[in-house]
Ligand binder design. Structure first.
Ligand code: PLP
Length: 420
């Protein structure tokens, strides 16, 4: 008798889903692991992680105590042990609406808010809802590769517009107009910016809204780094312009509270003219959420306290640490040969720097650079190709200051050693 593994392939009736693209999806996590696999185990120095947008492991980035207490209370109350509704429990949705409304001219209600498993599921939800045959979506370049991955998996065509480094990474709005056609459904912006560390001005956001209005498309605004702004421009939510064109805001507590593992995010509708409702988009969001999974009820139960009671001094402390880190990073990079930083980061946790490969003797491209850097200096940086810009680097500066200084020093030694 043949055993299972020697039976002919034709015997088994299952096949992998042919629709799923099997070429390796470029994900930040995947590339980061590939680079980490090059680390030299005999290097006794600590590894410096400058590729990771999750500083929760550093003691100085511990979340607010009020947030920890809120979770404990939620558990102890014994009120949040059951299933919740698909769109999230009412007090939590109301708390998110109030939290977002603080900065908005048109106030949101609980009906405008859907709770999701991190901002990740909010991205998945809105793209799936918009993915009709032939539809296309405009994404920023550089950007956040998860959008491409989701768009590919739901057959939504992707077109890229540039963010302009010489203009503080503003959207190339002419390119947006040139790219759009009658099948374009939406454009995505990420503000504060990942990977660029920029903050869009209020004037620019208004222009984005007017361009979208002109094209008849909605704006999806990824504000997962909301309020992490420490430069000249204040953070302004895109929802401010929801009366010009419909705006779907995506967010979570992952970054501002530094708890990405808690998996609580949201999708919020800024559309005082009810255009999305009239087009069935809101119904479709509810339907999509009814067949996907929802965030743990324990965390939903804690959300009113987390959003409502976290004190300003926690946010200030975190902003100050990140702002000082951005300074250390920007000033440190100024005298690293072969590395050009077009603008000082003013928000989020990242900066994009350009490689001048002509300076180096033996480095082929950004991936090569990052692999060699990991091997020789135990410093992990993300190659720009991962976020759509070849021969650039994305550096995360949200780590402890001493480690950051060490990392920049090693980066400098590496670049000096490889330049002629
Ligand atoms: C981290 C991140 C997300 C995902 O957020 P989660 O809440 O962890 O799911 C989405 N968009 C951008 C731009 C991010 O940096």
């Amino acid at each position: 008798m043949e055993n299972g593994s020697t039976l002919k392939k034709k015997y088994w009736r299952f096949r992998r889903n042919q629709e799923m693209n099997m070429s390796p999806e470029i994900t930040i996590r995947g590339v980061r692991y590939m680079i980490m696999s090059k680390l030299n185990k005999s290097d006794t120095r600590p590894v410096i992680p400058l590729a990771h947008g999750d500083p929760s492991a550093f003691p100085c980035f511990r979340t607010a105590q009020i947030a920890e207490d809120a979770i404990i209370h939620s558990i102890r109350s014994a009120k949040f042990n059951g299933y919740g509704p698909n769109i999230g429990i009412l007090p939590a949705r109301r708390a998110v609406a109030e939290y977002l409304s603080q900065d908005l001219p048109n106030k949101l209600t609980e009906d405008d808010v859907f709770l999701t498993v991190g901002c990740t599921q909010a991205i998945q939800t809105i793209l799936t809802v918009l993915a009709n045959p032939k539809a296309n979506i405009l994404l920023p370049k550089p950007g956040f590769p998860y959008y491409e991955a989701v768009a590919n998996s739901c057959h939504l065509e992707v077109r890229h517009f540039d963010l302009l480094p010489e203009k503080d990474w503003e959207v190339d709005l002419d390119a947006v107009e040139a790219l759009a056609d009658e099948n374009t459904v939406a454009m995505v912006i990420i503000n504060p910016g990942n990977p660029c560390g920029n903050i869009f001005t209020c004037e620019h956001l208004e222009k984005v809204a007017k361009t979208a209005k002109k094209l008849g498309i909605l704006v999806i605004s990824d504000e997962v780094y909301d309020h992490l702004a420490f430069g000249k421009n204040p953070f302004v939510p895109m929802g401010t312009f929801g009366s010009i064109t419909p705006v779907v805001t995506l967010g979570s507590i992952s970054k501002r509270w530094i708890v990405p593992g808690w998996r609580l995010g949201w999708l919020a509708i800024n559309d005082p003219n009810n255009i999305l409702k009239e087009h069935g988009i809101i119904d479709c969001i509810t339907r999509h959420l009814s067949i996907s999974c929802d965030p743990s009820t324990i965390i939903q139960g804690a959300i009113p306290d987390i959003l409502g009671k976290t004190k300003e001094d926690f946010f200030l402390k975190i902003i100050n640490i990140i702002k000082e880190a951005a300074n250390i990073c920007y000033e440190g990079l100024a005298d690293v040969p072969g590395v050009i930083c077009p603008s000082k980061p003013e928000g989020s946790m990242f900066v994009m720097v350009k490689l001048d490969l002509s300076v180096f003797e033996d480095i082929k491209d950004d991936v090569d650079f990052c692999l060699m850097l990991a091997k020789e200096e135990s410093v992990i940086i993300l190659p720009g190709i991962t976020v759509g810009l070849k021969n650039w680097l994305r550096i995360t500066f949200a780590i402890e200051h001493l480690a950051l200084e060490d990392g920049i020093k090693r980066l400098k030694a590496f670049c000096e050693r490889h330049s002629d």
